[in-house]
Design a protein around this ligand. Structure first.
Ligand code: DX5
Ligand code: ZN
Length: 223
């Protein structure tokens, strides 16, 4: 499943870009919300997303903000399927995740490259998706940090041992050339930004990404 991160889209034609990438085969639209504090970049908030009107595919809000609790209602009202908060930005992570679920959204938790997998252990029962950052968050177009894949394998094993239905998603520097390594490490959903939006043909790129995933998963080369 490919989630297209709009961070690298042409913001002057944002609605068109979103419809184009959905037409090209993106399964979900990934909203990178940044506040300039949690990460050294400032992107967009609810008013911009609201201005886009109806988006014909699910959206997931990746909140890279210091106070995610202030934005849960707004992104739930926008109809986000998943709201993802960072371990590092949550003083009360359990409370945040349960509030997201109470709003009718799926609860996502993300961790930066240096944050250990064990920090997720206590909140697995309250989590629907885990978003593993394979770059230091804040910008699109960065190189994947391959060492994080070992942590991805560890989280894959944690999820499998928990017996829970938790989606493992990777985010940052994912391209046609390296998506197989993320799939082999146990990811089942892939956020791709510049790998799609900076490519010449969205359809061809997404088809190539999906092909790499299916070859890896069907060959059983997981973890
Ligand atoms: C980074 C964001 C990612 C990023 C992905 O802080 O969370 O979603 O936009 O973009 P690429 O695929 O270009 O690394
Ligand atoms: Zn993201």
């Amino acid at each position: 499943m490919i989630s297209a991160s709009i961070l690298s889209a042409d913001f002057s034609r944002l609605k068109e870009e979103i419809l184009d990438v959905i037409e090209a085969g993106a399964d979900r639209i990934h909203l990178d919300v940044m506040d300039g504090h949690f990460v050294p970049n400032l992107t967009f908030g609810p008013p911009i997303i609201r201005s886009l009107g109806k988006i014909p595919k699910p959206m997931d809000a990746h909140l890279m903000v210091t106070n995610p609790e202030a934005y849960l209602d707004a992104f739930a009202e926008l109809g986000c399927e998943v709201i993802t908060v960072h371990v590092e930005a949550a003083h009360h992570l359990h409370k945040l995740l349960t509030e997201i679920r109470d709003l009718g959204c799926k609860a996502g938790v993300s961790l930066n490259p240096a944050t250990p997998a064990v920090s997720l252990e206590p909140v697995l029962p309250f989590t629907d998706e885990i978003l593993v950052m394979t770059v230091n968050p804040g910008f699109g177009g960065q190189k994947m940090i391959p060492e994080v894949l070992e942590k991805m394998r560890q989280i894959r094993r944690m999820i499998d041992a928990s017996g829970q239905d938790i989606v493992l998603e990777v985010d940052g520097g994912i391209k046609v050339e390296n998506i197989a390594s993320a799939a082999a490490a146990g990811a089942t959903r892939f956020v791709v930004g510049s790998g799609i939006f900076k490519s010449a043909d969205y359809q061809m790129t997404i088809a190539a990404l999906k092909e790499k995933i299916s070859v890896t998963t069907s060959s059983g080369m997981i973890v």
